[in-house]
Design a protein around this ligand. Structure first.
Ligand code: IVH
Length: 706
């Protein structure tokens, strides 16, 4: 569609407009530029500018058109109704259109917004604004009738959405029933955003990586995509949470619109919190003038990374609902609200080289070495390229200028290479055929298991896989050997003292105490930590063995069923798969592991060094009698507990029949608060349905002090 010289020209022109905003005479050219970027983004799936830059160009176009509406061309990108309708889902009409938001980027833009509001309201008085985080996920609309969830839909084209009620019903943060009638509401339409918490997203991707599946690019895509899964259980398994930030429609049983009777936006949102919805609490505030909006935002932007979900800005809304009605809407967005977009966390740098790492089960991970670049608080010089497919799909070459992104805690990611900036000297990346980290002269051919993306070294000659296995073995998730960290393992491995995990339990502490940087005390400390780990429950030991696909949860389930780890030698595929939650892939890998005589010998050696291989009390399933005091209750601990440890408290609660959950919602029955309890307590109080008790009251309830 475009020749490469046209592309170059349009790219240069974009850069020019970003520096020197377009004037009326460049209207047609600006449209050409935006149409080009839409094509790169939507058709080629390969944008050459960031979203932030695109927004800036789009805003320039809107500005030119607002200065003189006669010039508006019907094919202008502003005239497009964006759509993400999927024919697989039935479409439904939203009760009120789901509009977009106008954007602002600095305090001056906010002042313009405020001036406009005052003009529309015909007042000089300060305006009260409600500020909320702008969640970066997938939008969702919920309709409730007679207190029951009637239907849920995605945004779609804004007028019609895709109905996905069964998926919404699978999400615990969406109440199936909510007491709207308490407030005289018969029909309500709510707006919200589906997000995936960052920690969960990281975990999901880690699991996908071990399974060799394609990684999700970011929490936003996987949340938005997650709403549209074919099966509701898949939606639920993504761990989606839904924040509700708006009631867009409220009618009594005669169909009268009663939305304005709630007075303030902040009040109706608070009311939604009271009847069980997850509403903005962190980062939400009402302020009385525009200068305070800017102040609040500047204290909030730096906190962005510490939140457990992605936000890409803040939304500022006129708080008074009657004023909102007076101010009104454009076709595209409400005039009473505006988004303040945070700075994009993208940067460009140069791909200098690719190095390779081997993982604990032999997967070879390519890692890009890039020209160090500072992005969102950290200097980045290495970025994982995941696997060969990732390199091929992105057509990455050494010497390429690459666009990189870092979203919150999420690891840095190469979005794409800038093909247009190639000089011709770039070199293709040839994925190795033989193990690239092998430190010996004997080449080992890499293999690829069907259905997995990673190349693996099937027969490690150099010991580097074992090193990764030992590092995993001692880690917090596995044997949790406190005080014996990765750097010690690397050092001892290099010295030939730990070649495999059995050597961890056969160290010469006398020799360690003689090493530079060590002494008797630190050697004793290591010995104590290792001795303690020997007594670990076998669920930890099973997980620590680096059996491909055998995770923490499956290890725990298997540990509940055996007396001794070596019992697994005789287990058949049916023995495994008859257990709920153990699939054939895990089963086959565990069987393969125990069929290998070397592994059995290794376990016997571990036992001879004193490592526990027998089922412990902690491995046994918790048995709860029907009349235990917390049967059928959900419980959550928050704040710092003084007497009990958090894990211990959770276990006690479970032994007494409770189910521990991780968030405050209408499903929560009991919240136990320790010192410095924060937003969870506030939210539980706002819900009004949660029993709140102190740690002491919890102890007394279960007679733990007797
Ligand atoms: S208000 C009629 N508030 O941003 C008011 N939107 O760019 C329109 N979003 O589609 C939306 N957080 O999905 C509003 N606190 C928030 C939001 C928010 C995220 C999303 C929403 C909307 C998009 C608009």
């Amino acid at each position: 569609m475009y020749s490469s010289s046209q592309e170059k020209e349009l790219f240069e022109q974009s850069k020019h407009f970003l520096k020197f905003p377009a004037e009326q005479k460049s209207y047609d050219l600006l449209i050409d530029v935006l149409v080009y970027h839409e094509w790169r983004y939507a058709i080629q799936n390969d944008p050459v500018i960031s979203d932030f830059e695109y927004d800036q160009l789009f805003d320039q176009l809107k500005k030119l058109e607002s200065q003189d509406s006669k010039i508006i061309r019907p094919d202008s990108p502003t005239q497009r109704v964006t759509t993400d309708l999927n024919p697989e889902f039935p479409s439904v009409d939203h009760l009120t259109p789901m509009l977009s938001l106008g954007n602002s980027y600095n305090a001056e833009d906010l002042k313009d917004f405020d001036r406009q509001i005052k003009k529309l309201l015909g007042t000089e008085e300060d305006i009260s604004y409600n500020i909320e985080p702008k969640y970066d996920g997938g939008s969702i609309a919920l309709v409730y009738e007679n207190d029951m969830l009637l239907r849920a839909a995605t945004r779609g084209n804004g007028v019609q959405g895709e109905e996905m009620t069964p998926n919404a019903r699978a999400l615990p943060s969406i109440p199936l029933k909510a007491a709207f009638s308490k407030f005289g509401i018969h029909t309500a339409e709510l707006r919200g955003e589906a997000i995936i918490p960052k920690d969960l997203f990281k975990k999901i991707n880690e699991e996908r990586e071990t399974k060799g599946l394609k990684l999700f690019a970011n929490p936003r895509n996987s949340a938005a995509g997650g709403l549209r899964m074919k099966r509701p259980s898949e939606t639920r398994d993504r761990g989606i949470e839904v924040f509700i930030f708006q009631m867009s429609y409220a009618a009594d049983k005669d169909g009268n619109d009663i939305l304005a009777s709630f007075g303030k936006h902040s009040e109706h949102v608070h009311m939604l919190g009271e009847i069980g919805f997850k509403i903005p609490i962190d980062g939400s505030k009402v302020v009385n003038k525009i200068d305070d909006v800017s102040k609040f935002i500047s204290t909030w932007e730096p906190k962005r990374d510490s939140l457990n979900y992605e936000i890409d800005g803040m939304v500022i809304k006129v708080d008074d609902l009657a004023s909102q009605a007076k101010i009104g809407y454009t076709q595209h967005h409400p005039k009473w609200a505006i988004a303040y977009k945070f700075k994009a966390k993208q940067a460009t740098t140069t791909l200098l080289d690719v190095e390779y790492q081997v993982g604990k089960v032999g997967s070879i991970t390519p890692v890009a070495k890039v020209e160090p670049v500072f992005l969102a608080g950290v200097t980045i010089s290495s970025i994982s390229l995941h696997n060969e497919d990732f390199i091929t799909q992105k057509d990455l070459r050494i010497g390429d200028k690459v666009l990189i992104e870092r979203a919150g805690d999420v690891i840095p990611y190469i979005v794409k290479s800038m093909e247009d900036l190639r000089t011709g000297d770039e070199k293709p990346i040839e994925f190795p055929k033989h193990c690239p980290v092998n430190g010996t002269d004997a080449p080992v051919e890499l293999v690829k298991v069907e259905g997995e993306a990673a190349w693996r070294c099937p027969d490690c000659q150099c010991g580097k896989q074992n090193l990764q296995k030992i590092i995993f073995h001692i880690s917090k998730d596995a044997m949790d050997i406190d005080g014996f960290g990765k750097s010690y393992v690397e050092r001892f491995h290099e010295m030939g003292w730990v070649k495999d995990i059995t050597d961890v339990y056969n160290l010469d502490y006398e020799a360690i105490s003689q090493l530079e940087g060590f002494g008797t005390r630190s050697a004793q400390k290591i010995e104590k930590a290792i001795d303690k780990a020997k007594q670990n429950p076998i669920q930890r030991l099973l997980h620590s063995l680096s059996v491909h696909h055998l995770g923490k949860k499956a290890s725990k389930i298997i540990a509940q069923k055996i007396n001794h780890v070596l019992d697994l030698k005789d287990w058949t595929l049916e023995d495994f798969t008859s257990i709920k939650d153990i699939g054939p892939v895990v089963a086959e890998n565990v069987i393969e592991f125990f069929q290998d005589e070397k592994n059995v010998e290794m376990l016997k050696t571990l036992e001879s060094y004193g490592v526990n291989l027998t089922q412990t009390e902690a491995d046994k399933p918790i048995e709860v009698s029907d009349d235990a005091p917390l049967v059928g209750k959900t419980i959550l601990f928050t704040g710092t507990l003084q007497t009990l440890k958090r894990n211990e408290a959770k276990k006690i609660a479970e032994e007494n029949g409770a189910k521990a959950i991780s968030a405050v919602s209408s499903n929560l029955n009991i919240l136990v608060v320790g010192e410095k309890a924060g937003s969870k307590l506030t939210k539980a109080q706002a819900l009004g349905t949660v029993q709140i008790m102190t740690e002491q009251e919890f102890i007394e309830l279960l007679n733990l002090d007797k």
